[in-house]
Each structure stands twice: as structure tokens, then as C-alpha cells.
Design a protein around this ligand. Sequence first.
Ligand code: TGC
Ligand code: FAD
Length: 392
Amino acid sequence: MKPDLFEAPDYYNLDELLTEEHKLVRDAAREWVKRDVSPIIEDYAQNAEFPKQIVNGLAEIGAFGPYIPVEYGGAGLDQISYGLIMQEIERGDSGVRSTASVQSSLVMYPIWKYGNEAQRQKYLPKLASGEWIGSFGLTEPDHGSNPGGMVTNFKDMGDHYLLNGAKMWISNAPFCNVAVVWAKNEEGRIHGLIVERGMEGFTTPETHNKWSLRASATGELIFDNVKVPKENILPNKSGLGAPLGCLDSARFGIAWGAIGAAMDCYDTALRYSKERLQFGKPIGQFQLQQKKLAEMITEITKAQLLAWRLGVMREKGTATSAQISMAKRNNVEMAINIAREARQMLGGMGISGEYSIMRHSMNLESVITYEGTHDIHLLITGLDITGLNAFK
Ligand code: TGC
Ligand code: FAD
């Protein structure tokens, strides 16, 4: 792969909206991605392998639990810092950002918010340091967009719960040490259970043949009469709102992360347009190519403003789930469109692993699907503005 020459676009001087701490956190993540992710990620994606050696680095830049209090090993940062870290990681690769998103928002967040003190003390420091990796089991083979229909279930056996069912498309599953699993009790109420690797009847087969998110490990979580200790249930919230609350946090991170992927594609295409000569001129001198670049930077700038404002509202605690949906949907679509246009600007080189664009483009096909599909987020906005439910 070409050396990482990334220069971040900031057309509206948005750095002026950031604090010194934001910039320090962002720059540390940016440097780490340049040093430890960019040089290796193409090979790992080509080999469909997660680069486990970057786990310590992710922990060091605060990517595991950016906003989890320091007393539990988290970085104790604010929401905009969290967003900036996700932006920088996804600038490197969406699959690496996936690992950080799942660990932070889908595993540490529910343990912190819905768990008891013993659970926080037991799991959060190990997850923050990267000693343990977590996964989040909500999606099932027959229940993706409609997680409320899940069939994974547990029975109260007196001194333990007996868990049965299967989860599919689970990031980090093949090597996770611990999984936050959503399942129904005998009354049909959804609860979160903490399942640990090594519990009898718990297996995590890897999903192969992915053309997208190849540097992230995806798999199933299978529960065949797994005895889960009673102290492993998350006691402080139940119902579908519990997993959906975690998704709010992860979707917020994706709204920022997608900007990173888009910035990388734009920056690569801009540089290429000045270097590549055709008909005796740099291709960046042709109006058609300038149109692409001008539209890219306009869309990136709009997405940056949306994410920043959402971060301010998240920090104040006023952002609604529907507002988060709008940002996730808009910014991922923005990124996928930019990846496609940028790829065309590189001509044949656009499909080569010499450059990051095709990898981003393929990754974003997962990002536009997971954490709620593009359609589902549109319907969430539709419901919010009309009061009419078009899901069912
Ligand atoms: P609905 O009846 O609307 O709601 C059920 C209960 O949940 C509450 N609620 C929320 N609470 C917190 N945050 C949210 N965002 C919430 N949205 C809804 C709601 O108030 C209600 O509470 P209560 O107390 O009245 O019971 O539920 P529904 O069954 O109609 O479904 C609504 C729908 C379709 C929007 C929702 O189910 C949905 O978002 N579907 C998409 C599924 C999804 O996003 N799955 C993601 C799986 S995880 C993943 O993809 C990780 S990828 C990670 C990576 O690698 O980065
Ligand atoms: P479906 O729900 O079957 O949707 C198929 C199509 O129908 C979509 O276009 C959808 O928009 C549309 N559709 C569905 N319902 C409606 C409706 N009411 N109105 C209009 N259109 C509708 N899940 C986890 O729990 N944990 C993870 O860590 C995780 N990681 C993932 C990693 C990857 C790489 C991928 C690809 C997925 C991951 N997922 C994870 C699962 C992801 O959240 C689901 O794929 C997603 O929610 C969509 O579910 P589905 O694939 O079953 O599609």
C-alpha cells in the first residue's frame, strides 16, 4: 500500500469549535492510525484477518470506553472526543472502528449503565485495557431489523439460567472473551446476559466469505443449554429499549466514523487529481473532476457540522434517538457516495489495494446495513416527523 500521506480536510475551520483536549485526543488517534494501522491494514483485509496486535494501541488511544469513567478504566472523555476517536479510526478502516464501537458502546456501555457495581468492577477494567474483547448479540438469523421478534431465550433453573438460541452477524464473535447477549425470559421480556467464553455449550463459529469489513472478525454466537450464573444478568434495565439504548451510542460513533472514511477517500482523490496527467494536464484541471471534488468537500463539511452539533446535544443529554438516526443515515450515505466517486477518479488504480478507497467502499456496504439499515433509519425519521409508524 502507498505511504499514508493523509491530510484532514477542514473547509469550515471546524477546529475552532474543538477544545484543546479534543484536538489532543484526535491528533493522538490520527498519529496512531498512521503509524500502526495504515501500514498493515490492507494486507489484513486481503487476508480476511483481524490484526490482533493493534488491540493494545486501541486501548492506549482511549478507543475502548472513551466516555466510561476513569474509575472503571475508561478514558473519562466527552462525547465529541469519543466521536473524534471513531472518526480517526475509521479513517484507517471501518472494521477496526467496528471493534472499538462494539467494545465501547455495545459491551462496556450496557455493563456500565445496566449492570451492578460487581459487574462493572469485574468486566470494565479488563475491557478498557483490551485484556478482554467483547461482542454484542442482538441480531438473529430470522430477526435483524426486527430484533423484538428474537427467539433466543433463557429459563430460570433456580440456581442458574439456561440459555438457548443463536445470534448471527456478530462483530468480534470469533475471539471474544465475553458477550452481552439479549434473550427473552419465560414471560417474553428481553434481558441482557453476560456470557463468558468457556461456558459449556457456548460456541462462536466464524463467518467466512465476506467481501466487506474483511479486517473485522464476524461470527455467530450459539447457545446450546448454556448455564449462565444468575449474577450475570444485567439488573438495571430490560425490554427492547435496553439494547436500543446501546445502539444510540454506537450509531452516534458511526456518524463520526463515516466522516473519517469519507475524508480518506476525498484526500486520496484530491492528491491523485494533482499528480495524474492525462491529455497533458493534471486530471484535477478538468471540470468533471473538479465537480466531484467540490461536491465531496461540501458533503463532508455538512456531515462534520451535523456530527459536531449532535455531539453537543449528546453531551447535554438532549439528543433524541431519531436525531442520532438521521446523522448515522446521512453520514454513511455521504461516505459511500464519496468512496464511489473517489474510486472513479483514480481510474483503474481505484480498484487496487495500493490505495484505500476500494476497501473503504466495500466496508461501507456493511456500515450502511449494520446498527440499523439505511431504510430503517429513514423510517425512524418518518415516524418521528409524522407520528405514523411505517414499520409494521
Ligand atoms: P418499538 O416498539 O419502537 O420500541 C421498543 C421499545 O424500545 C424503545 N426504543 C428505544 N429506546 C432507546 N433507544 C432507542 N433508539 C429506542 N428506540 C425505541 C421504545 O420506546 C420502546 O420502549 P417501551 O418502554 O415502550 O417498550 O420497537 P420496534 O419493535 O417497533 O422496533 C423499532 C426499530 C425497527 C426502530 C428497532 O427495532 C431498530 O432499530 N431496528 C434495527 C435493528 C438494529 O439496529 N440492529 C443492530 C444490531 S447491533 C449491530 O448491528 C452492531 S454492528 C457493530 C459494529 O460492528 O460496529
Ligand atoms: P433484514 O432485517 O432482513 O433486512 C433486509 C432488507 O429489508 C433491508 O434492506 C431492510 O432495510 C429491509 N427492511 C426490513 N424491515 C423493513 C421495514 N419494516 N420496512 C422497510 N424495509 C424493511 N448485529 C449484532 O447484533 N451485533 C453485531 O456485532 C453485528 N455486527 C455486524 C457486522 C456485520 C459485518 C454485518 C453485515 C452485520 C452485523 N450485525 C450485527 C447485524 C446487523 O445489525 C443486521 O444485518 C441489520 O440490522 C439488518 O438485519 P438483516 O441483515 O437481518 O436484514
